[in-house]
Ligand binder design. Structure first.
Ligand code: CIR
Length: 252
């Protein structure tokens, strides 16, 4: 899908207080802002026009905007995030979303945008600690009206589906080995990644170019072999908070 725009949210000074299981220490605010700035600059360099929303101090995870909405060429779904601490973030994204798409709010269940991977007219949705069956049904009720299919799949212990698998364009998936042999991915060319490098599965494709987190040379080497332009960003502070490169923006 060709993207022209992205919505991002500036991290709040409270960002180190967000939810995390990473056990890598607390995110440093100054470094978070620096890495966020580098991320935004990279998206701009790749041709996206950015809308930067203000930080929300009461919601330390709110800069992970990907979880509160899913944007397609025709509409935007306002999700119902699975973590109670994050449910209030949706209110703050409604108006910016409405400026770009017709907004379709979910009314039942729970679903995080990090569990949603769109390929063509098919959504792959992870059943996770954040996204439940009722959420998948509510999401499907909305998207099926626009001709989209939904394929739901349990993802095991990872936070989100896109913590473990991301679409790189063409027929290619970058996927953690635990999900690589799942039947729903059978027709794809799969670059299987060792669980030790799982964080690098959260590599972001933007208009034929890839942005990958620093520190994963084995994954980087395999991405280089694809021949796509590859950009490496330091995402250490986001990683401490269980967040990755896709979570930091909504592209459309
Ligand atoms: C959370 O646990 O909700 C945040 N600390 C991280 C969210 C990351 N979002 C994503 O992977 N889509």
């Amino acid at each position: 899908m060709k993207f022209t725009q992205a919505i991002v949210r500036r991290p709040a000074a409270s960002c180190g207080d967000g939810l995390t299981n990473a056990q890598l220490g607390q995110a440093d605010y100054t470094r978070t802002l620096q890495q966020f700035g580098e991320y935004c600059a990279k998206l701009s360099e790749l041709g996206l026009e950015l809308t930067e929303l203000p930080s929300l101090d009461a919601f330390p995870d709110a800069h992970f905007v990907e979880d509160v909405a899913v944007i397609t060429p025709e509409f935007a779904v306002l999700t119902r995030p699975g973590a109670p601490a994050r449910s209030g973030e949706t209110k703050a994204i409604e108006v910016p979303l409405a400026a770009c798409r017709e907004v379709k709010p979910m009314h039942d269940g729970h679903l995080d945008g990090g569990d949603v991977m769109l390929i063509g007219k098919r959504f792959f949705v992870g059943l996770s600690g954040r996204t439940d069956a009722a959420g998948v049904r509510a999401f499907k009720d909305i998207v099926s009206h626009f001709g989209y299919d939904v394929e739901a799949m349990p993802i095991g212990a990872s936070l989100h589906l896109k913590s473990s698998v991301n679409y790189l364009g063409g027929e290619t998936l970058l996927v953690c080995d635990v999900l690589a042999n799942h039947s729903v991915f059978a027709k794809f060319h799969r670059i299987a990644v060792d669980m030790a490098d799982e964080y690098a599965c959260n590599t972001l494709e933007v208009n034929g170019e890839l942005i990958t987190p620093a520190g994963y040379p084995r994954v980087q080497e395999r991405l280089e072999a694809l021949g796509m332009p590859l950009h490496v960003l330091d995402a250490s502070e986001f990683r401490k908070m269980d967040g990755g490169l896709t979570c930091l923006s909504l592209r459309f």
